[in-house]
Design a protein around this ligand. Structure first.
Ligand SMILES: Nc1nc2c(c(=O)[nH]1)N[C@H]1C(S)=C(S)[C@@H](COP(=O)(O)O)O[C@H]1N2
Ligand SMILES: [Mo]
Length: 413
């Protein structure tokens, strides 16, 4: 008896699963929410990757072996200036908001994981393998994403290739699943009287909550996560509502430099002795050679202002800050690129760390709002925001806004 798969004490028996909530309607509602939500996550994720300009330079490319998976890459525009802020805010906030829906959906179909026989036919075997990729892929993408946002990452290997390749594997299984299940899901939602299927328990326990009630519970969980995350894309009082987000809560300080900081100068190993007026020189190289500029020489060049946000890949952003500094295209002109500014390779004083250098495309250099900033909100940059000078480019991800700049090399990359 103990080995009989129909023994209701074993999870392989349909009778083991007693929740009266399980059934085609509950699973279909959650499935359709995920269909819409995950499609948006996939698209915003791919778009975010394009924003890194991976085709431009190996230093920007976190997945150099991507092959044809990079088929869609495009030159990232510089406008509207909040483009990356919006894209990444949606990607991260929506991902976190969907966690309860994903968990409820997996819970609703968990009896199928144990169903025997493992495969009734070749087609059934293939379907079950694709489900493993689907469930495994979904868990992998959500877990790596959340770890990267919350914990500054703890996985072995870099986050970017894992999350990128994982997304393709997962999305392929997801598309196959959606195509196979869509007709059933729509039918289940249209029919008032439910069709019975294998998800409906043959010996249901007494209900403690209705199916609609359970959906409200899942939705409430999502709403709570949304409400405690979305504020990290705004300043001051709104940011304080982002209780669960690492860049939620209070601003790191007050005054002109009192907005969010990713890595501090201390963390990046920036020594104050290397940034003072006597020590620091910006080294700019281009067609006509190299010039070295002290900070006070830079401050005597024509200065311009632009109001631009910092928007991090981890899904937090600031509102527009007033940056003031030298236009990137004016720096290009100083070294012989007067008319058509080329790409530029930017290197930081920072010696270690993944984001100490970045390449910018010619369109980013040419934009009059793109600056090597010396000031922010009317004051000198603070050490943590990149003193003596940092890059700020409209619509770009935060990683391209290199802090503590030491060297800029203009030329087609
Ligand atoms: N040199 C250097 N520049 C850097 C980084 C870094 O780690 N080192 N981090 C980047 C990232 S990921 C972001 S989001 C922004 C954050 O800028 P902030 O700290 O001024 O808000 O700086 C960018 N510039
Ligand atoms: Mo970032």
């Amino acid at each position: 008896m103990r080995d009989d798969p129909r023994d209701p004490r074993l999870p392989t028996s349909p009778g083991f699963w007693r929740s009266p909530l399980r059934g085609p309607w509950f699973t279909s509602v959650l499935g359709l929410v995920l269909l819409g939500g995950i499609t948006v996550l996939f698209v915003t994720g791919l778009v975010s990757y394009a924003a890194y300009n991976p085709d431009l330079s190996p230093v920007n490319d976190k997945t150099p072996d991507k092959g044809i998976l990079g088929f869609y890459l495009f030159a990232w525009p510089t406008g509207p200036h909040w483009l990356y802020r919006l894209n990444q805010g949606v990607h991260v906030t929506l991902g976190i908001t969907l966690i309860p829906v994903l968990l409820a959906k997996l819970w609703s179909v968990v009896p199928r994981l144990f169903a025997l026989p493992p495969a009734r036919s070749l087609a059934h075997a293939l379907e079950r393998i694709s489900l493993l990729l689907l469930v495994g892929g979904a868990l992998f993408e959500f877990v790596t994403g959340v770890l990267n946002v919350q914990l500054d990452y703890v996985f072995p290997g870099s986050f970017y290739p894992l999350h990128f390749y994982g997304a393709w594997v997962f999305f392929a299984a997801f598309v196959a699943h959606a195509v196979l299940k869509m007709p059933t899901a729509l039918r289940n939602l249209r029919h008032l009287r439910e069709e019975r299927n294998d998800l409906v328990s043959p010996r249901p326990a007494e209900p403690t909550v209705s199916r609609r009630g359970a959906l409200w519970f899942v939705g409430g969980g999502s709403l709570l996560l949304f409400a405690t995350t979305v504020g990290q894309n705004f300043d001051g009082p709104l940011r304080r509502t982002a209780l669960l987000a690492p860049h939620g809560g209070d601003e790191p300080g007050s005054g002109p430099n009192g907005f969010q900081i990713n890595k501090t100068a201390a963390y990046a190993g920036i020594d104050a002795a290397d940034t003072d007026e006597d020590a620091w020189r910006l080294v700019v190289t281009g067609r006509t050679g190299t010039v070295r500029l002290s900070r006070s020489q830079l401050a005597e060049l024509p200065l311009h202002s632009s109001a631009l946000p910092i928007a991090c890949v981890e899904g937090w952003s600031t509102s527009d800050q007033w940056w003031r500094g030298v236009r990137l295209r004016d720096l290009a002109a100083l070294v012989g690129h007067e008319d058509d500014p080329p790409d530029v390779f930017v290197e930081s004083l920072q010696r270690h760390g993944a984001f100490r250098k970045a390449a910018l495309r010619a369109n980013q250099v040419a934009d009059p709002r793109s600056l090597l900033a010396l000031y922010v909100n009317g004051e000198e940059l603070s050490p943590d925001h990149g003193y003596p000078a940092r890059i700020i480019v409209p619509a770009a991800p935060g990683v391209l806004n290199t802090k503590w700049v030491a060297r800029m090399t203009f030329g087609d990359l």
